[in-house]
Design a protein. Structure first.
Length: 306
């Protein structure tokens, strides 16, 4: 389908500038002059650029064919794939495979994605290795992940959002709800006090105290409980449960990307969507992801849609 770098470059050009070349320097919309090695020269300001400049592929030494093939494997594999599997599948080094996947995970997050709405369940789960003894519940040393999921009527789930937080205090839970859920929505939680200020934030707040309801967690909070189980199963099956806490948010974003597109009947559209997002996401270097990507200050390209 895309046999060489020239074909890959033409495909990415179509995705990035479907309505015509836009100069990254002066924003002029005009047909560029084409030079060797895939360079574009703006006819207005003479700025030189390439289709990968200013994207997650910026200054990459990895061939575009490798990037495109990696995106195909990542999006068409039902449960995704680990860096080790990608290394064996494509014959690249582990470091190249790992870095490509980390960069694609950053691209999976759309800056303009809509907030959750309607009835939204919110709760936390604990992610990490099996411990013998020690604390249980919110006081454990495991990683705390807060989950929000739209609840459909009469049944079913909509979209999901997840965030790795330092602890389950209101100082971390309330900002997550504000970032993930549209004001005016109905937020359903358990009796944890960290959510008590939601009504003052403009939400319809309904809580179920599990100890008083008599129902187990998976009955009172079915959405979050199901998402948490699927997330842990995915981590164990695809990634053998191995992750570093500083990289956990990247894996959560990949799972969110997959879950929210679970009903897509054409995996090719998911592949296209990932590449569309890759060419509007700002440059991500290996240093940016080696010790954990800074999700609080994401790299956004000037050409990214707002």
């Amino acid at each position: 389908m895309l046999p060489d770098d020239a074909a890959c470059s033409a495909y990415l050009e179509k995705l990035r500038w479907g309505k015509g070349f836009v100069c990254p320097a002066c924003s002029a919309v005009a047909a560029p002059w084409r030079q060797t090695r895939g360079r574009f020269v703006c006819s207005e300001c003479r700025h030189q650029s390439t289709v990968s400049a200013g994207t997650i592929l910026d200054k990459t030494r990895t061939p575009l064919t490798t990037w495109i093939e990696a995106a195909w494997h990542l999006t068409t594999a039902k449960n995704g794939l680990s860096a080790k599997t990608l290394e064996r599948t494509m014959g690249v080094s582990y470091r190249v495979a790992w870095t490509m996947l980390q960069r694609y995970r950053v691209a999976m997050v759309r800056a303009e994605r809509e907030k959750l709405s309607g009835d939204v369940e919110v709760d936390e789960t604990l992610v990490g290795g099996v411990e013998v003894g020690g604390k249980r519940g919110r006081g454990t040393d495991k990683c705390v992940v807060v989950i929000a999921v739209e609840m459909k009527q009469p049944k079913g789930f909509g979209r999901v959002r997840m965030r790795h937080v330092p602890d389950a205090s209101g100082a971390n839970l309330l900002p997550f709800v504000s970032d993930a859920v549209a004001v005016g929505s109905t937020v359903l939680t358990d009796g944890w006090g960290g959510y008590n200020d939601l009504e003052n934030k403009g939400y319809v707040y309904r809580r179920t105290v599990l100890s008083a309801s008599g129902d187990p967690a998976h009955v009172s909070m079915p959405g979050v409980h199901r998402i948490a189980c699927l997330l842990k199963r995915w981590q164990l099956g695809t990634h053998q449960g191995s992750f570093a806490p500083e990289h956990l948010q990247s894996y959560l974003e990949e799972y969110t990307f997959r879950f929210n597109r679970r009903n897509s009947r054409n995996r090719g559209l998911v592949f296209r969507r990932l590449l569309e997002q890759a060419v509007v996401t700002g440059p991500i270097t290996e240093a940016d992801v080696t010790f954990g990507y800074d999700w609080k200050h994401p790299h956004v390209s000037p050409t990214r849609r707002s």
